[in-house]
Structure formats: C-alpha cells, structure tokens
Design a protein around this ligand. Structure first.
Ligand SMILES: Cc1cc2nc3c(=O)[nH]c(=O)nc-3n(C[C@H](O)[C@H](O)[C@H](O)COP(=O)(O)OP(=O)(O)OC[C@H]3O[C@@H](n4cnc5c(N)ncnc54)[C@H](O)[C@@H]3O)c2cc1C
Length: 274
C-alpha cells in the first residue's frame, strides 16, 4: 500500500523522540568532554514532547494511529513508555551497539530506514532540535532520505482534505504552508502544553508489548554507514560557560522616574544606544 493511500486504513503519524538529560541537569564530564548521561535524570526532548502533543491532538480529531520512534540505548524505553502512557499507540526503539557515537548523518539515515520498515506513514513529526546537541539536522535529514516535502519550525498542524497545513514560525511572524502527504514537519519548542500520562495509558504500558526493539540487522541498516567511525563530525571541545552573577538592581518609585532611571542605566551600561 502506498504511504499516501490513507483511505483503506487509519492515518499513521510517526513521532521521532530522543531521550535527553533534563535541561537543569546537563553536565559535561571535565575529563572526557562528553555529556554525562549515566545516572542523570532524563526526559523526552522537550520539542519532541510538543511534537507528540500535536500528533495526539490529530489522533483525537482523525482517529489516527500514533507511533513513536527512537534510536538509542534501551534506557530510552523510559521515554517511549511515557509517550505511550500519554496516548501513543505503540513504540519502536532502534537499539544496537553499532549505532554508538553516530552523529546526525548516520542518525538521519538509520531513522529513515526504520521509518521505511514501519511503513504506511502519512505524517512524520520531529522536534525542531534537541536540548543536548541542538543541531536541528535530523528532521530535515530524514525528509531528505525519504524524499518527502517538509515544513520546518511549525507550531500548529492541521490535516485538511488529505493535505497537511502547518503554521510555520518565521523571523517576522508566521506563515501557513500546505503539502501533500506523506510529509515531515519539525515542531517548535514550547508551542503547546504536552498532556500528562493517563491511568489507562499507564496500565497499557504495564501490560507490556507496546515497545518493539529492533536491531540494525532487523531493519537492514548498513553497518558501514553508522556509528562513530562513519560519522563525519568530530566534537573537538566542549566548554562549560559560567555566567557571571546578576547585579539584581531593582528600580522602584514613581513609574515615570523609575523608567527614566532604568533607561539611563541601560544606556550607561551600553545595553541600548542613547
Ligand atoms: C555536545 C554535543 C555536540 C554535538 N555536536 C554535533 C554536531 O555538531 N554535529 C553532529 O552531527 N552531531 C553532533 N552531536 C551528536 C548528536 O547529538 C547526535 O548525533 C544525535 O544523533 C542527533 O543530533 P541532535 O541531538 O543534534 O538532533 P537534532 O537534529 O537537534 O534533533 C532534531 C529532532 O530529530 C529527532 N531525533 C534526533 N535524534 C534522535 C534519536 N536518537 N532518536 C529519535 N529521534 C531523534 C528528534 O525529534 C529531535 O527533536 C553532538 C553531541 C553532543 C553531545
């Protein structure tokens, strides 16, 4: 069946989610210069949770099937289980030691191969970027591999007459774009409030069988195209920036005088021009 042929089956929406260390807990190992991931509380990458919320809203409106997909170690099950408890129908984790150290090039390749194995998709949603590496490459990379139209930085998605219409954030406002399906959208951080897991969803997770673990061999991924050795990017150095303490100057008094004093201080500190 062609992916666009959605008449014979429910609409299928795939959401790519990555598990990341909680933003407040981001720490760099001073010796290895890599992110500390072990023993650090994790969460669904926040823009991916926004993407999932869009998918679940479309599921409510169109009785769509929502499948969440991730690539990473089995500890990522925690986030996939949360996504199912929030309302996703099922999850797929691509997990294999040979994927370790993959940069965005193998990641986009491996995820797109996995998406093809899932098949029958109408819409793919990813976050705009992650909070732990923030390249923003992976969504457009998947669209490139699958030769799909894409709309980036969206905050709202509608499905109308078999097409995708999405509100896209531009520098000076918003634009509405429309594409045929299947297509891919990357979703803006903070564009909605992701729902909480429900009791029914948690019971589904508890019963098991909602997450499929696939290896590279299961998907047919070429081992010569993934992993550290097949990743063109080298992260040479990571610096932790220590922000100076804020002065915490509070201006008080009559509003007119207070604003004048604030403006003078901003000009004096060269934050704004006179
Ligand atoms: C400090 C640091 C710096 C890095 N710098 C680079 C760099 O400059 N270039 C580079 O190629 N790699 C870099 N990496 C590696 C990068 O984290 C991984 O390659 C990762 O696979 C994807 O990159 P990203 O997190 O930037 O994803 P992004 O492209 O920012 O992610 C966009 C969206 O793609 C989806 N997505 C991303 N990864 C996954 C996944 N594993 N499973 C499911 N969905 C996913 C999510 O929906 C996500 O919101 C860096 C890693 C670290 C820790």
């Amino acid at each position: 069946m062609s992916p666009a042929d959605s008449n014979a089956r429910p609409l299928r929406i795939l959401v790519c989610i990555k598990q990341v260390p909680k933003a407040q807990e981001l720490q760099v190992d001073p010796v290895t210069q890599t992110l500390k991931r072990v023993g650090v509380p994790s969460e669904i990458n926040p823009p991916d949770a926004n993407a999932l919320e869009i998918a679940l809203t479309l599921k409510d409106r169109h009785a769509a099937e929502v499948v969440v997909l991730s690539m990473g170690p089995t500890s990522f099950d925690e986030s996939l289980e949360r996504a199912v408890a929030m309302g996703a129908d099922r999850a797929v984790l691509l997990t294999d030691r040979i994927l370790g150290g993959s940069d965005t090039v193998p990641t986009a390749y491996a995820l797109s191969e996995t998406i093809q194995k899932i098949g029958g998709y109408d819409l793919i949603l990813t976050g705009e970027e992650t909070t732990d590496a923030s390249t923003g490459h992976v969504g457009p990379g998947i669209a490139g591999h699958l030769d799909l139209p894409q709309i980036t930085y969206v905050s709202e998605v509608r499905i109308v007459d078999g097409t995708v219409r999405a509100r896209r954030t531009a520098e000076d406002g918003t634009e509405w774009w429309q594409t045929a399906m299947p297509s891919l959208c990357t979703v803006n951080f903070g564009c909605n409030k992701p729902r909480s897991p429900t009791l029914t969803g948690k019971i589904r997770v508890k019963r098991g069988g909602v997450i499929a673990h696939w290896s590279c061999a299961d998907v047919g991924i070429d081992p010569k195209k993934v992993g550290l050795l097949n990743s063109p990017t080298i992260v040479a150095k990571v610096d932790t920036i220590r922000l100076p303490p804020r002065a915490g100057h509070i201006f008080s008094g009559e509003p007119k005088e207070t604003v004048r004093a604030l403006l003078e201080a901003l000009i004096r500190d060269r934050v704004i021009a006179p």
